[in-house]
Design a binder for this molecule. Structure first.
Ligand SMILES: Cc1cc2nc3c(=O)[nH]c(=O)nc-3n(C[C@H](O)[C@H](O)[C@H](O)COP(=O)(O)OP(=O)(O)OC[C@H]3O[C@@H](n4cnc5c(N)ncnc54)[C@H](O)[C@@H]3O)c2cc1C
Length: 492
């Protein structure tokens, strides 16, 4: 019997798992996807917000500011991508300035430090490529950028190292409440590597961190008290030569109908523009379309007009888990021992560490004993990234492990050694995209055109799985169907 079962391995489930792993608790963690972070967590702006935007008094406001603070502490032990580059909310006239003043006052009430209303010259000094008509801005130095999937993976690795049992490809399909525990049934869809997971799990408590599907999971125990609606946001990602056009995260002044489109460098210094906001019917609908992306481009041009559209390397979309309550829903439900962590739309990526603290307080108030583990490992070893190493360090590493000298992905300079390393980490890997998220192989301008065959070979060699069973991500996305000559022979 587990003490706790966490459902969902997005950033929220990952932060909760990481925090709970400090204590002597037996924890099972179920994720229907093929990796950590494959829900909303993998596709967003990657901003660690300052906390000026969410309305004072809401959970969003309180947990955003605290989350921002906690990431700055956690990064020292867990070595995830985090760069506090600061943000501007830009304005063009007195009307915008009045809105910025309100945001400033809200930020002060939320406890955000170092906020400043600045003039156009201040903005131009830091951001020479932006629209010259900018007259004012709210400057927020405490805003950062991260790589959201690498962040979630870092937290998950630490949780697993400290004993949390993660089961991927395991969708929770039924939950029955017994007197003092829950019977949880999962549907396991193996990809190429088969794990022998039991189908039924018993746990004393359940934490529902199922993102867009938190309402569906709550309904499994008969709870119908909130609804999640998907709200799509689309983005364009540019090649790294466009990244230097901005140094900070640049938001537009929000209007009553729109938060505006942001322009930002990503942690890895691509240029990112987006997202728009569009209510959609299907939670799985992540399609991008030309007309919405054209609007994203037009709106972004108000901030920065000099980006080169020929340098777009991909487009993507993420769905916000908008709830009918308007704030985060983090509470014990009417079913004893079943905790909902739902409606975690923006700034959920930022707030996740503080959400984990908040959940632990709920569990503590329920009388759960929190005894710290004497052998808890706070530290997580960073990945080697040869692209970021200096010559001396790289030569020393190659001397020790020659695989770090064999480059697989030329766009992002990723070596075979980094792929070997990813395969030895605590979260099991059996898809191409899992390698991509950890090493950046395939993330560059050719979008995996060149490195795919070599990565497939490495997966084949190291995991001993038939090459035709290796999928890009979900079942059905297998990359090759067999050997060319065999296919031709079968056709005869
Ligand atoms: C366009 C956009 C931009 C955003 N920008 C930012 C930003 O810049 N900064 C910021 O702070 N926030 C941002 N956010 C919000 C942030 O991305 C989310 O708040 C956060 O990712 C939510 O994490 P989660 O863990 O709750 O959900 P998810 O990442 O969706 O994780 C939930 C997990 O539960 C799993 N699951 C679902 N059902 C089941 C089941 N039955 N059994 C097992 N597993 C299940 C899913 O597969 C999924 O992996 C943005 C969101 C969007 C959409």
């Amino acid at each position: 019997m587990f003490d706790i079962c966490i459902i969902g391995a997005g950033i929220v489930g990952s932060a909760i798992a990481k925090e709970l792993s400090k204590y002597q608790l037996h924890i099972c963690w179920l994720e229907k996807g093929e990796d950590v972070s494959v829900g909303t967590t993998k596709a967003n702006s990657g901003i660690i917000h300052g906390g000026y935007a969410a309305k004072h008094g809401t959970l969003k406001a309180k947990l955003c500011r605290r989350g921002n603070e906690l990431y700055r502490q956690w990064v020292n032990d867990l070595h995830f991508p985090l760069d506090m580059i600061g943000a501007f909310v830009i304005g063009f006239n007195d009307e915008d300035k009045a809105v910025l003043q309100k945001l400033y006052e809200n930020g002060i009430k939320n406890g955000v430090k170092d906020l400043q209303i600045v003039d156009g010259d201040f903005v131009r000094q830091k951001e020479p490529h932006l629209n010259p008509d900018i007259t004012c801005a709210l400057y927020v130095p405490s805003v950062g950028i991260t790589s959201p999937y690498e962040l979630a993976i870092a937290l998950a690795e630490n949780a697993i190292t400290n004993g949390v049992e993660l089961r991927l490809n395991s969708e929770v399909v039924a939950i029955e409440k017994e007197k003092d525990h829950f019977n949880i049934t999962t549907h396991y869809t193996p990809l190429s590597v088969h794990f022998d997971y039991p189908k039924n799990i018993k746990a004393k408590m359940v934490i529902n961190a199922a993102g867009l599907h938190a309402d569906d999971v709550a309904q499994l125990v008969g709870l119908h008290d909130f609804k999640i609606h998907p709200r799509k946001g689309q983005y364009l990602l540019f090649d790294k030569d466009q990244g230097p056009l901005v140094n900070s995260v640049v938001f537009q002044t929000p209007t009553p109908i729109s938060k505006g489109i942001l322009v930002t460098p990503t942690y890895h210094r691509n240029l990112l523009i987006g997202p728009d906001a569009q209510d959609v019917l299907e939670k799985q609908d992540l399609a991008t379309d030309a007309s919405n992306l054209a609007r994203v481009v037009e709106t972004a041009k108000k901030t920065l007009s000099t980006f080169d559209l020929r340098k777009v390397i991909t487009s993507f979309a993420g769905n916000r888990a908008a709830s009918d309550r308007g704030d985060f829903i983090i509470e014990e439900s009417k079913v004893d021992g079943f905790i909902n962590v739902a409606g975690i739309e923006s700034p959920g990526l930022t707030a996740a560490p503080a959400i984990a603290e908040y959940v632990i307080d709920i569990l503590r108030n329920k009388g759960l004993a929190f005894t710290e583990k004497s052998d808890f490992k706070a530290h997580r070893k960073p990945y080697h990234h040869v692209a970021l190493m200096n010559k001396e360090a790289l030569n020393a590493l190659i001397k020790e492990s020659p695989n770090y000298g064999r480059i697989v992905c030329r766009c992002e300079t990723v070596s075979e050694g980094e792929i070997d390393e990813a395969l030895k980490r605590p979260v099991p890997i059996d898809t191409f995209d899992a390698i991509k998220r950890r090493t950046r192989a395939g993330m560059g301008r050719c979008q995996a055109g060149f490195c795919t065959p070599r990565i497939l070979e490495i997966l084949f060699d190291q995991l001993h799985m038939p090459i035709e069973t290796i999928s890009k991500n979900v079942k059905g996305s297998e990359i090759v169907i067999g050997r060319t000559k065999r296919a031709l022979e079968e056709e005869k």
